[in-house]
Write a protein that binds this ligand. Structure first.
Ligand SMILES: [Zn+2]
Length: 210
């Protein structure tokens, strides 16, 4: 047990090595891991049995991964732009993402479709995927995720119009609560020309069907 304790302490040190507030992070991490132990007991299991001993550390590490987006500015990915003559819709479909519902800390995941009508600037297609990832890896609700993506495109690319559609499955609706395992939630956010023109929204949606 002592051996295991030391090995986890070592891993924790590595996790926060070089962080400007490493001591504070270590203190929070150890309180959090104690709380996970309490939770395991509260749920009716033994936190010291074999399979669960390192679980508090694993949960901590997983949460730091789920929330990597807090430690970056996702819209900065869009800042590498190119000037082009293209004035028609650019649509990046089926950008997979995994996020965490802020109400239950349960995963929700699905695809984002991001489209914009350039004004002068376009960005790399992979940059849009990275930006989506940055906003997804936070405590989220699907509605805010959709809005943040649309606003990032608006702010950095200054396009004539932006449209974002997200389709996702929420584990907090599947494994618990109402237990509807096939329910999908669709959200959309439109800006600029897309707000005014239904023909552009239809074009976007018909491209999604293909
Ligand atoms: Zn939820």
């Amino acid at each position: 047990m002592i051996e295991q304790y030391t090995s986890i302490n070592k891993k924790l040190d590595e996790l926060f090595n070089g962080h400007p507030a490493a001591d504070e992070k270590l203190r929070q991490a150890s309180k959090f891991m104690d709380a996970v132990k309490e939770l395991i007991e509260l749920c009716g299991d033994d936190p010291y049995r074999d399979g669960l001993q390192e679980t508090p550390y694993r949960v901590l590490k997983a949460f730091l991964e789920y929330t990597e987006g807090y430690r970056e500015d996702p819209k900065a990915h869009l800042e590498k732009t190119f000037e082009v003559d293209h004035r028609e819709l650019v649509l990046v479909k089926n950008i997979e993402f995994h996020s965490l519902c802020e109400h239950h800390f349960a995963p929700f995941y699905g695809v984002a479709h991001v489209g914009y009508i350039p004004n002068e600037k376009i960005t790399g297609l992979s940059k849009i995927a990275r930006m989506v990832e940055g906003y997804a890896k936070r405590f989220q609700v699907q509605e805010r995720l959709t809005t943040q993506i649309a606003e990032a495109v608006e702010e950095i690319l200054e396009p004539k119009g932006t449209m974002v559609v997200i389709e996702a499955k929420h584990m907090c609706m599947c494994g618990r609560g109402v237990k509807k395992s096939n329910a999908m939630t669709t959200t959309s956010s439109v800006r600029g020309l897309f707000s005014d023109r239904s023909d552009l929204r239809s074009e976007f949606l018909s491209l999604l069907q293909r």
